[in-house]
Design a protein around this ligand. Structure first.
Ligand code: ZN
Length: 499
């Protein structure tokens, strides 16, 4: 028994010794490991530079937009050394995709790196731009005629050809998708209304003269309407003229469009003992009420035309120039380029030549017509006879020539214009002094202006007085509520034909 206890005690002691030896070994390894960790930490803190991202690790940039890098912060021992850092990789904002950027800093042979992904994306939808108004009035029964549109995308560029247009009764929807699937939509509202009355234009003027005991034939009228086609046949005329009795008679012309908008116009018919040629041409309607149509004949002129054009530009007024062979191409080009209308006035302005025969007239007129077309690229269909259609000078060269030419002009697709206000600049100014002539010209125009009709003013851009008077004439018109417009084919301004 005693022997056994001793043996056990000895065994325990042996184990204890072994354990002590082992513990000693373990603690030595522990100390070594701890020292290594401490050393690594020490190296890390003392020798390795630090770098951190500013901003997100993943950034989206719209295609085409400039990518601005938010940067990094680099430090070493608490000191800012960001300026020593560099970036590897590049972002191409003009190419869709993901770009990988590496930011690096190096110190004591240690390099630290952070990374960031930049994705160049296309999320912008194409922009559809409507030509004209977004909301327009369209005649009730009429088909809407597309006024146009454009589609532009930041990535695909011009997508106009790809636009899908759906036309409904009261709206038009425009849609287009870019290659990234972004959809642009635009809309035009169509207001189906017609509130505009037709416009009656009386041929032969608002006042018409008939000789006693002659036969009165109504010189007729034309009707234009924003919605309806030809309404001329729908006009009803009331009133009558008794040419056996002197006096002033009234004829009333009425017409309604399909929506019931009605227009009425009255013509005075004067039955007189003798044939009356109206001295004043002021009763011609000549276009829209309250509008001034400045017209300049006989030019261009190298001295005065540019002066007149400068004034027109200053006041943003457009005029009509009835040109001849005078003056350089460049001035006709300038007139056209600055938004004025070019009409034809003959090439030679030589009465003896142009009024001797129809052939001679057209040979001369075709010359100026092709010159204008060559310079402007556009055929002019407006014309003014030298001396006007009412001139009597032409009798000297050929009887009845004006009657014949007036018809031929229309047969050939032209519209001719006379005037209802003359500035007198062609020789009608009586004052002795130049300044007197200028103020006479201004007064000739301004005192004859009327709000109840169009005002087609005859002037000549080859005249010094006109170059001096034009600014005051425009100022007067603007200050008194007149609008300035150019002549067009729908305006009738015809004086009486006397030959
Ligand atoms: Zn002339």
């Amino acid at each position: 028994m005693e022997q056994d206890e001793l043996e056990t005690e000895r065994k325990i002691k042996k184990v204890e010794r072994k354990q002590k030896k082992y513990l000693k070994k373990v603690s030595i390894i522990g100390v070594i490991l701890l020292s290594i960790i401490l050393l690594v930490l020490l190296i890390y803190f003392l020798f390795v530079p630090k770098i951190t991202l500013i901003g997100d690790k993943y950034i989206k940039v719209e295609y085409g937009d400039k990518y601005k890098d938010p940067g990094v912060k680099a430090t070493y021992l608490g000191k800012n050394i960001t300026d020593k850092s560099w970036i590897e990789g590049k972002v191409d904002e003009n190419k869709l995709g993901v770009y990988h950027l590496k930011y690096k800093i190096r110190k004591n042979k240690f390099t630290s790196t952070v990374e960031r992904d930049i994705e160049v994306v296309d999320t912008k939808e194409p922009v559809i731009t409507i030509v004209g108004e977004n909301e327009i009035s369209v005649c009730p029964a009429k088909e809407y005629v597309e006024e146009g549109y454009t589609a532009l995308d930041n990535y695909d560029g011009d997508l106009t050809d790809k636009v899908n247009v759906e036309t409904f009764d009261t709206e038009v929807i425009y849609k287009v998708k870019d290659s990234s699937g972004n959809e642009g939509v635009s809309k035009r509202v169509l207001n189906r209304i017609d509130e505009e009355a037709p416009v009656i234009t009386l041929k032969g003027g608002d006042t018409y003269y008939v000789v006693l005991n002659s036969t009165f034939t109504d010189p007729l009228y034309t009707v234009s309407d924003n919605c309806d086609e030809d309404l001329t046949s729908k006009v009803t005329v009331s009133g009558s003229v008794d040419t056996k009795k002197l006096g002033t008679y009234e004829l009333s012309y009425t017409v309604s469009d399909t929506k019931g908008n009605t227009a009425t116009k009255t013509r005075k018919v004067v039955v007189s003992e003798k044939k009356v040629t109206p001295v004043s041409t002021g009763n011609l309607t000549c276009g829209s009420a309250g509008v001034i149509y400045l017209t300049f004949d006989d030019g261009p002129n190298s001295y005065y035309t540019p002066k007149i054009l400068d004034v027109l530009k200053k006041y943003d007024v457009k005029a009509t120039f009835f040109v001849t062979a005078a003056g350089p191409d460049s001035l006709i080009k300038r007139e056209f380029d600055e938004g004025h209308v070019i009409g034809l006035h003959s090439s030679s302005h030589d009465y003896a030549n142009i009024y001797k025969s129809s052939e001679a007239f057209w040979t001369d007129m075709n010359k100026i017509a092709s010159r204008v077309e060559r310079i402007t690229g556009k055929k002019s269909d407006l014309l003014r006879f030298p001396g006007g259609v009412s001139n009597t000078v032409s009798r000297k060269y050929k009887s009845g020539i004006m009657t014949q030419l007036a018809k031929e002009v229309e047969d050939n697709g032209y519209v001719y214009f006379d005037w209802n206000i003359s500035s007198g600049d062609a020789g009608g100014l009586k004052s002795a002094s130049f300044n007197g002539k200028v103020s006479e010209e201004i007064s000739n125009v301004t005192r004859n202006l009327s709000k109840s009709r169009g005002n087609v003013i005859l002037m000549h851009d080859i005249k010094q007085t006109t170059a001096s008077a034009i600014e005051e004439i425009i100022k007067y018109g603007k200050n008194n509520g007149y609008k300035f417009e150019v002549l067009n084919k729908n305006i009738i301004c015809h004086q009486r034909i006397n030959n």
